[in-house]
Ligand binder design. Structure first.
Ligand SMILES: Nc1ncnc2c1ncn2[C@@H]1O[C@H](COP(=O)(O)OP(=O)(O)OP(=O)(O)O)[C@@H](O)[C@H]1O
Ligand SMILES: [Mg+2]
Length: 265
């Protein structure tokens, strides 16, 4: 490359970073589940985490909003910086962290409460008491999660009366209600039928841009369809992280290639 003076070439392709993980190790007691993970998760994009069962995807996802804190005997080393804040620093308010970094689990887990109360729960915890304001947040979140039309006439029924796919969208609405910046999803569609899965994938596409989304999936086609970037984990190590297109067409590592072509896992 011809360099003129000492100018560095413009980096038009560099995305803004939302989550910067530096040399992260994670232990369950003596068992080290994550080894020296370094990854920069781009803002407003969808990042998929893939890899065989037990490779540490869920563990890694939970380190991003300190969900692992509630598991006894665990230990974290290294650093996770979200919006220039070290989230493991002693002064971090974990409740506020989880407001910014919401989570959706594999099995839909609505509270045994009404649809309305499921979504109003988070905003209430964060001090919103005004009924009209809560109603507005509930409607907006249910619209955002693409379930409003199905439930708007029965907000008082229990969330548990909904179908699995509807329950999962309700859980997404609940996560959105506190206005997070980041959404973590751990196999959010793996317990759902194909049609409900399709709706969740459509929803992820709609939320992309407004939220930084990190999604664990076992489904290679799903990772390829929904994500911009893909991280391949193997035995607690991050083997490769790149644009999804590149991972699925021209991976650098033989292990990644073997996994995505179905040779193991
Ligand atoms: N609560 C826990 N206590 C002790 N060890 C755990 C715990 N959760 C996970 N592990 C161990 O940590 C490693 C990573 O597990 P993790 O659940 O993160 O994998 P995963 O990639 O999400 O797997 P899967 O695809 O099956 O969900 C495994 O060896 C697992 O046995
Ligand atoms: Mg898991």
């Amino acid at each position: 490359m011809v360099m003129i003076g000492n100018q560095t070439p413009p980096q038009i392709d560099e995305p803004e970073i939302e989550i910067d993980v530096q040399n992260l190790d994670f232990y369950y007691g003596k068992h080290q589940a994550l080894h020296d993970i370094c990854i920069s998760v781009p803002k407003g994009m969808v990042t998929a985490l893939i890899g065989p069962s037990g490779c540490g995807k869920s563990t890694f996802l939970r380190t991003l909003n300190r969900m692992n804190d509630i598991i006894g005997g665990t230990r974290v080393e290294g650093k996770i910086v979200i919006q220039s804040q070290d989230i493991y620093a002693p002064n971090i308010d974990v409740v506020m962290l989880r407001k910014r970094v919401g989570m959706v689990f594999q099995k839909p887990n609505p509270f045994p409460k009404s649809i309305f109360e499921n979504v109003a729960y988070g905003p209430r915890i964060h001090g919103i008491k005004n009924r009209a304001q809560l109603q507005e947040i509930v409607e907006r979140s249910l619209v955002r999660a693409a379930i409003w039309d199905e439930v708007k006439d029965r907000l008082h029924i229990s969330g548990l009366e909904l179908s699995g796919g509807q329950q999962q969208r309700l859980c997404i609405a609940r996560a959105l209600a506190v206005d997070p910046d980041i959404l973590l999803m751990d196999e959010p569609a793996s317990a759902l039928d194909p049609r409900s899965t399709q709706r969740i994938e459509d929803l992820i596409a709609e939320l992309r841009g407004d939220y930084t989304i990190v999604i664990v999936t076992h489904n290679m086609q799903q990772a390829a369809r929904v994500s911009d970037y893909t991280a391949f984990f193997y035995e607690g190590h991050l083997i490769e992280f790149d644009k999804t297109e590149r991972i699925f067409t021209k991976p650098n590592s033989k292990q990644t290639e073997d996994y995505i072509t179905g040779r193991f896992g």
